[in-house]
Design a protein around this ligand. Structure first.
Ligand code: LMR
Length: 398
């Protein structure tokens, strides 16, 4: 029966990870997948995570199932981190949360919930967006469409075009917004733009879906949740997919959360029963380990302090690399302007070079980035930044 299948191309980000891993060049630089690396080019386990794991291992007494919603304590703390612990939607019983296998699991179950409730709704995603958004939503049966978001030439958000396109959306459509640290372009909405979007969504009865996978890697934990909180305060319904992969460094532990805000407590009960049913028929229940680490940290004030300090160090290092990349390229005498890089946020920016130049960087210098020229800034460090700046400069000059 499998003769009916046709071979599919590999995911562009995952393919690059393997290509770079197999490259024997000692000078190779991995600017591909969005994974934090320290100054030595290593993805470390955070000290707060290690301590929490030790604490958990000595106190854990059972491996019994945790249920489709996952850990209540984890869900309580993630809602607190995202919305604030005393958010009215929590007090009014309008919020339902479930621990999921990573942010991707959250996106998938939310998409299936949408498909059950509003199969004819269109899911609007930014152009560009994360390479796995459309495949994940399509696999859940949703129709997707794009709104303009990033102007590659001007290096800024195409806000007027974004608004004009969203005016075309029909009542009940879903609008996916990146909560912070836009993946792939690094350009985030400012506070005034968030308000304009909130007004448009409310007026047109569109439902916001916030994907927030980088909270704490932009301007800070609370600052990065600004847009999400503004929408949660002003709109009756909302969906959130969040991830602990980057801000807790728990990539392989697959730790995330889906949250749905309904218009009333009664509606929320119905939403919850459907959400649990979607989860049960997908993977039954999430794995426990990653979420136990997160709740152990967030339930202990000294571990929380330690984690916040480490997360802040990550953020400072990324911003330092942003500034230095732009400076070092300019110092080579390159005429192309890269001063937009320090103005953008989070793990990614587009370099803005052509696919041919991306291939040249890969073939001639073993510098790996996605064909779109998205770079993961965390792959830069004091040991490779001059090499990367020189290579970029010579490729764009050629
Ligand atoms: C990325 O965009 O590189 C990360 O979110 C990792 C992934 O799964 O694609």
């Amino acid at each position: 029966m499998f003769e009916a299948l046709r071979a599919l191309p590999a995911d562009p980000i995952l393919k690059l990870m393997v290509q770079c891993r197999n490259d024997p060049n000692p000078l190779k630089v991995d600017l591909g997948v969005g994974v934090y690396k320290n100054e030595q080019g290593h993805t470390p386990i955070m000290a707060a995570v290690r301590e929490a794991e030790q604490k958990m291992l000595s106190s854990q007494t059972s491996k019994v199932y945790i249920g489709p919603a996952g850990s209540e304590l984890f869900n309580h703390h993630i809602a607190g981190l995202l919305l604030g612990y005393d958010h009215p939607t929590i007090k009014d019983n309008r919020l339902v949360s479930a621990q999921t296998p990573g942010g991707c699991g959250a996106l998938r179950v939310a998409a299936e919930l949408i498909n059950r409730s509003a199969p004819s709704a269109t899911m609007w995603v930014s152009d560009p967006t994360w390479a796995n958004h459309v495949p994940t939503f399509s696999a859940a049966g949703l129709t997707t469409a794009t709104y303009p978001y990033y102007d590659n030439a001007a290096k800024e958000i195409r806000f007027d075009s974004m608004l004009a396109t969203l005016e075309e959306a029909k009542e009940g459509d879903i609008v996916l917004l990146h909560g912070c640290c836009h993946n792939p372009c690094g350009a985030d909405l400012n506070q005034q733009q968030w308000q304009t979007i909130a007004d448009l969504l409310l007026r047109k009865n569109l439902i916001p879906f916030i994907d927030i996978a980088y909270q704490g890697l932009g301007d800070g934990l609370d600052e990065d949740a600004y847009g999400l909180r503004l929408l949660a305060n002003q709109l009756p319904e909302m969906i959130i997919a969040s991830s602990c992969s980057k801000n807790f460094g728990l990539y392989r532990e697959r730790t995330g959360a889906v949250m749905v805000i309904s218009a009333s407590a009664d509606a929320s009960k119905v939403t919850a029963s459907n959400l649990m049913n979607v989860i049960r028929s997908n993977y039954s229940m999430p794995p426990a380990h990653g979420a136990s680490i997160v709740e152990t940290i967030l339930d202990d004030s000294s571990l929380t302090q330690m984690w916040k300090q480490e997360l802040n160090d990550v953020c400072v290092r990324i911003n330092d690399m942003r500034a230095r990349l732009s400076q070092q390229i300019a110092a080579t005498g390159c005429q192309t302007d890269f001063s937009f890089i320090p103005k953008q946020k989070g793990m990614f920016s587009f370099l803005g070079v052509t696919p041919e130049q991306v291939h040249q960087l890969r073939d001639d210098y073993s510098i790996y980035m996605v064909d779109s020229s998205r770079i993961s800034i965390a792959g830069l460090n004091p040991h490779n930044i001059d090499y990367v700046a020189e290579a970029i400069s010579s490729v764009v000059k050629a």
